[in-house]
Design a protein around this ligand. Sequence first.
Ligand code: GLV
Ligand code: MN
Ligand code: MN
Length: 399
Amino acid sequence: MTANGLLGEIADIGRDARHGGYSRHAYDSAESTLREWFIEQAGRRGLDVETDRNGNIWAWWGHPGSGAVVTGSHLDSVPGGGAFDGPLGVTSALAAVDLLHTKGFTPAKPLALLVFAEEEGGRFGVPCLGSRLLTGAIDADRARALRDAAGITLAEAAAKAGQDPERFGADPEALARIGCFVELHVEQGRGLIDLDSPVATGSSIIAHGRYRFSFAGQGNHAGATRLIDRQDPMLPAAAVIAAARRIAAVTDDARATVGKLIPTPGGTNVIASTVDLWLDARVAGNGRTAALVEDIAGAAREAAAAEGCTVTVTEESYSDDVVFDDALRTRMDGVLGGVPSLPTGAGHDAGILAAHVPSGMLYVRNPTGISHAPEELAEPADVDFGAQSLAQVLEDLAR
Ligand code: GLV
Ligand code: MN
Ligand code: MN
């Protein structure tokens, strides 16, 4: 089946009627349905499916073994995300297997499709959790204890979905099987629109991290409390939002975003007692993200003190700059007859794997240039072209 046909099969799963687009979060019912759908699709193609210690699903064409050519992506989304971020890589991998079957190709090396668990961190806060656990980039105890908005731990959610969270943790045997990893992904900016190309390889990912700012003040009455008597944590929170933009704007290659803010208790006529907000910060160049966050944290401390509030800043995740394997990129470029190569500000499981095995990305043009939003798009012709490109790359790598 084509990748367009496969995307059509899952188009109704996890639609978000409130936010628009899709909300498919790790181990929720939508993502679990997609995981079952993938397992069923892999079975139809005669692939042998296994779920590893960390909830990542592998589908093998040929015997699992070292030197495998591995491709895949994820099935979870951000809240209110698009249809392509994640599923395009998974459906293109399945479609590529179909294209290679049709050609009568038999891989000389083991070939596997890989679906990572919780790439976006949309439920448990830490992005690329499946690949971080697999590679040991996150401590298993810390991962097990991560909580979603309802207070459910990752361990509880994974157990409910049939995983054994006690087995979470670095999996050197699974990792050692990967000879190289290629992730096909919808492009998340305007790169390929401007270059007028349907596909590109990935060159690099800029360093990125997530930081929780927790402000505490004094909950109180919105009408009865004089302004001079207030300790309102919403004020330093607002100052941080403005400071993040102001400081990032004068820092080369920097992005800073506050996309999530939770006041407690959250009443219109209630001065909040606490406010938590999450800063997503990304600056090219190792060490520069921490420096940017320190400047923003300084603004937070100053604004908190001025309002009689306190603030604590906690790093929830961090990834250094990634430069994708040059030999793999050059090889894909040769197979595809010369395509552009793009740096990105978006994080990917391929970026986590890149510290351990030769890894690369194939991007497919996004005509809206919008991602992590319902307007994210890939035209059907480009989806087909992407899957064909992936098939060509896999054929070359696994021959
Ligand atoms: C994942 O898509 C990220 O870059 O946050
Ligand atoms: Mn994403
Ligand atoms: Mn993604």
